[in-house]
Design a binder for this molecule. Sequence first.
Ligand code: EPZ
Length: 420
Amino acid sequence: MDKLVIRGARPLHGHIRISGSKNAALPILLAAPLVDGVIEYDNVPRLRDIFTTLKLINILGLETTFEQNRVTVHPPASPGALNHEAPYDLVKTMRASVLCLGPLLARLGRARVALPGGCAIGARPVNLHLTALEKMGATFDLEAGYIEGRCDRLRGAHIIFDFPTVGGTENLLMAASLADGRTVLENAAREPEIADLAEFLNAMGARISGHGTSVITIDGVASLHGGRHTIMSDRIEAGTYMVAAAITGGELLLEGCPYRELDAVVFKLGEMGVVFEKTPDGVRVARNGDLVNVDVATQPYPGFPTDMQAQIMALMCLARGAGSIKETIFENRYMHVQELVRLGARIKVSGQNAFVHGVKRLVGAPVMASDLRASASLVLAGLAAEGTTEVQRVYHLDRGYETMEVKLSRVGADIVRARE
Ligand code: EPZ
């Protein structure tokens, strides 16, 4: 296993190019079984989760190539050659594999998908996906750790989600694209990655409107044709590097940085004393003197994203005064807290809440990554800490950040990847 060795307390200066969005690319790639034609995807990030997704697509019977940041997917000769099963040993490494459920049911009328286990941050059930698909005529058996789904042709339905589930909205968007009739999704998730998925499907001939709002309407079509799509930029990667500029007291120009999609993050970092400048080349980020602490509650989009919670916590550790975080989306997303405390942070967790008292300095130490965004927050803290920080188990980081240590080294960080 690899680790990252960071010698901190060095302000970062320079340009970082933001990669394509992991959380847009995963559903958009997994939509491929819906499409009866060749698809070309551009701006696909080279991440572990992307390679896992391409492996799953191959298992489902589609040929793929991945050169630089372009993925090409070739459908099988006939839909009959599609395989309807997503095996456990693959699903257990990436729970987003459950997003193949909607496409397989819509295209083949059957799906056998390993029930995704929980993960470090929570149980992550998929009950909302299944209940909604049942409303469209699917039936499910759960046996031997697999979801066995069957249907004749899915039919349009009026669905109201108990919770604006991102994955549930994505599965239903894809399923409804080929269903018979109109589907309306209410209390749908509004994340920008969902709008990107809808734009992709529409480019392939789907008829979707309202994406980006909480009411999405899909009029099913008989088939989807091939085409091209460029994956949107990764707003969470961009937010992570915004924190890197602020926590090191440097200044970064983030090229290709999504900005409107980061409103809640920019607002909250601005409250702390981070300054932003939109330029033709991207967004310039720096900090204006000492940082002050804030209160943050994670919310579904457009609220403050849970995927930025661990990163802003690292920044709050070095801000003046006391601040609080309320994690309302996942039940166990504070695995980074004890590791930040090892670096000298003062944080107390009580239920959904974390209370942070800013300290003057952090001191480097060996720390352990537990999940994707927790590992990002440990890298950020290590960049600011005095001395050497070793972040172990960086395979978590490789799931969602394209060559983070390379991007950071180019802007002045002293960070190297080593064997544990
Ligand atoms: C997506 O996960 C993202 N993953 C997550 O990013 C992100 O944190 C999350 O949305 C929230 O924004 C991808 O896009 C691949 P949800 P997802 O369905 O779809 C509960 C990262 O770091 N729930 O909105 O799983 C669930 O347990 C990852 O990039 C049910 O109870 O999120 C959770 O508490 C981590 N039943 C909450 O809703 C369901 O059927 C949010 O889940 C579905 C969800």
